[in-house]
Design a protein around this ligand. Structure first.
Ligand code: PLP
Length: 414
């Protein structure tokens, strides 16, 4: 556990009653803890700008609320489908077709309480204890956290800033062993904002085609947040035969500004979708009717809010990049999607801000928060301790102010 992220109130374990062994491997989400710390300082009256949590910070269109109200009026009060309602599955099928995916039917789909729970289900369904999972690094924290709970064998594939934080085909080819079970592929990426080009995706798909026993979880939840006219490239579009073992993961959280509504979706092989349905039948049972109606409206209705937000985020990306490239020694591969930047700040290591010595990313984030009131997530939370994550969805004025504070912080290092 990073010191910066230590949870405040961990209850003591009673001496005779033990939790399951697997809980010794479970830890709270590091990102949530940073966000909590920033929130507490703000509540205590500090002038805090939070670049920490990955929430889109906008609300969905009015039609989404109208659909939720309407659903309330007609609430059946009953349990629903373990897979997801037909209306939701059909709305997702439409969304898939618009994204260039053909040939999927309801039986290839399943839903869950956000992409995070869906990912947990998928990894639970695909990984036995000790099975190897490949995780390109930097990674979204929950991939590793969930794999650890499941006692999988995690092999990290380092993709440093020097290779634009992207997995290379040669690197993947060298990492796949006969018994490697699963690859996690995230595009666009959290935490780096990197987007693979169609050629890059094709080259990775070609490697995967050579290894027919490898499953792939493709976390594509930022697929409608891609800038610079880049297309949404995908392993399944590059090589349709991979459909038998690539699972597409989607969510309404980021695209539609609905992270609290908790709807995640998958499209994949029938056997995998069915496994999720079975797991759902043993825990969540179904998504609530009102939530489902809102999700259908978001997926099916006018897309102007997500389009507008995508344009906004691309402008903010430009602002973030202009500020970061002006700081000597900071290197930030240019994000082309999502709403994160992941600058390498290791130039600050070995220096001091006031009396605060900065030996690593955690010291950096602590000193930045203390001195300037700017909260960022240390890169080690994502497996890359030379960087920090900036989530740039705050108010525009806060973004400008926060970036200026980071520049001042660097200028004051000795
Ligand atoms: N996958 C990635 C890459 C994410 O960044 C997140 C949330 O931050 C999730 C999955 C989880 O999304 P959801 O809100 O649908 O659980």
């Amino acid at each position: 556990m990073l010191e910066f992220l230590a949870p405040a109130d961990v209850p003591e374990e009673p001496s005779m009653l033990n939790l399951a062994q697997r809980m010794s491997r479970a830890k709270p989400s590091a990102i949530m803890l940073v966000a909590e710390k920033a929130k507490k300082l703000k509540a205590a009256g500090r002038d805090i700008i939070s670049f920490s949590i990955g929430v889109p910070n906008f609300l969905p269109g009015e039609h989404v609320y109208a659909a939720a109200h309407e659903a309330l009026k007609h609430d059946s009060g009953q349990y629903g489908s373990n897979r997801g309602s037909d209306a939701l599955l059909d709305a997702f099928l439409k969304h898939l077709r618009e994204g260039g995916f053909e040939g999927y039917e309801r039986k290839h789909l399943a839903t869950g309480v956000g992409a995070k729970q869906v990912l947990f289900n998928l990894m639970y369904a695909l990984l036995d204890e000790g099975d190897e999972i490949l995780i390109p690094t930097p990674y979204w924290t929950s991939y590793v956290d969930i794999a650890e709970i499941l006692d999988a064998k995690i092999t990290l594939l380092p993709c440093p800033a020097e290779q634009n934080y992207k997995l290379t085909p040669a690197q993947l080819d060298a990492a796949i062993k006969p018994n490697t079970k699963l690859l996690l592929f995230n595009n666009p990426s959290n935490p780096t904002g990197m987007v693979y080009t169609p050629d890059e995706v094709k080259a990775i798909a070609d490697v995967l085609a050579k290894h027919p026993t490898l499953w792939v979880l493709s976390d594509d939840i930022y697929n409608r947040m891609i800038f610079d006219g880049l297309p949404y490239a995908h392993l399944v579009k590059a090589r349709p035969e991979l459909r038998d073992r690539v699972v597409i993961i989607d969510s309404i959280s980021k695209t539609y500004g609905m992270p609290g509504w908790r709807v995640g979706l998958i499209a994949g092989p029938e056997s995998v979708a069915q496994a999720i349905v079975t797991l759902n039948s043993n825990h969540i049972t179904n998504l609530p009717e009102v939530v489902t109606a809102a999700a259908v409206a978001a997926l099916d209705g006018p897309q102007d809010v997500p389009k507008q937000k995508n344009a906004d985020f691309s402008k903010r990306r430009d602002e973030v990049m202009a500020a970061l490239t002006a700081i000597p020694g900071v290197r930030c591969p240019r994000p082309q999607g999502a709403f994160y930047a992941f600058p390498d700040i290791s130039a600050a290591f070995g220096k001091k801000h006031g009396t605060n010595a900065i030996a690593n990313d955690v010291d950096f984030c602590n000193a930045l928060l203390d001195a300037k009131g700017v909260a960022c997530v240390p890169g080690s939370a994502f497996g890359e301790p030379r960087a920090i994550r900036i989530s740039y969805t705050c108010k525009p004025s806060e973004l400008t102010d926060g970036l200026k504070r980071i520049q001042d912080f660097f200028a004051e290092l000795k």
